[in-house]
Design a protein around this ligand. Structure first.
Ligand code: AP5
Ligand code: MG
Length: 224
């Protein structure tokens, strides 16, 4: 019997649209491996790797890191995940990154979270994260059981250096100028699925239904 083909997806959306939050739910329900470019860069900063040290000021200022640096980093990680379903979060973020990904992998679906900028600014200042796992909390929306501590490990939560109001504004600008064209790129390929709203809990059921259908169609195609 044929095995199901590998499912390769990308999740897009402006900073703070809930990519990390929704990705965790997708992983729980459908089991792909989650690869977040931001988490990967932050892990390099924490570990003080050469790359992390070089990129830190760029990230803290809300600017994108150079295309060739991030493309090489992500494609190297993906090579180690050849036989696994994956969900890419935060990459690609420019058309040149999307083209680099295209030369190696064909993406089955791109989930686009369409959340108003006004909602986002409010959210990011109350976000707390558990750096080792990338788990995301929000003091208003999904607070940890004990303030300041990760639910699973009990370790300390931190706020990101790029979550200040001025930097968030700069990140949103970079999104408009450089990342919105990527939506067009995927729309023209017929793989873009947009989910609009201001609340992750309301958007999530629609994504779940969509992915259930998408995965069962892929399964049927392979078996047939
Ligand atoms: P990255 O880490 O990818 O940041 P981002 O795109 O700015 O997105 P965020 O992680 O801030 O938001 P999210 O959409 O994951 O939302 P979350 O679930 O956390 O990148 C950081 C930096 O790295 C970039 O600025 C750049 O410098 C560099 N970089 C990364 N990738 C790159 C690339 N490919 N090329 C070049 N440079 C790159 O949710 C946000 C908050 O909202 C949380 O607090 C959450 O709890 C809360 N929330 C979610 N839903 C709700 C709700 N319904 N109501 C209230 N709050 C909610
Ligand atoms: Mg994120």
């Amino acid at each position: 019997m044929a095995l199901r083909s590998i499912f390769r997806a990308v999740i897009m959306g402006p900073p703070g649209s809930g990519k990390g939050t929704v990705s965790a739910r997708i992983v729980k329900s459908f089991g792909p491996k989650h690869l977040s470019s931001g988490d990967l860069l932050r892990a390099n900063i924490t570990a003080k790797t050469e790359l992390g040290l070089l990129m830190k000021s760029c990230i803290d200022q809300g600017q994108l890191v150079p295309d060739d640096v991030i493309s090489r980093l992500i494609l190297r990680e993906l090579r180690a995940m050849e036989q696994t379903d994956w969900l890419l979060d935060g990459f690609p973020r420019t058309v040149s990154q999307a083209e680099a990904l295209d030369t190696v992998y064909c993406v089955d679906t791109v989930i686009n979270l369409d959340v108003p900028f006004q909602t986002i600014k409010q959210r990011l200042t109350s976000r707390w994260i558990h750096t080792p796992s990338g788990r995301v909390y929000n003091m208003d929306f999904n607070p940890p059981r004990v303030a300041g501590l990760d639910d699973d490990t009990g370790e300390a939560l931190v706020q990101r250096d790029d979550d200040t109001p001025e930097t968030v504004t700069r990140r949103l600008k970079a999104y408009e100028n450089l990342t919105e064209p990527v939506l067009e790129y995927y729309r023209s390929k017929g793989v873009l699925e947009t989910f609009s709203g201001t609340e992750t809990n309301k958007i999530w059921p629609h994504i779940q239904v969509f992915l259930n259908e998408k995965l069962s169609t892929m399964k049927q195609k392979v078996v047939a």
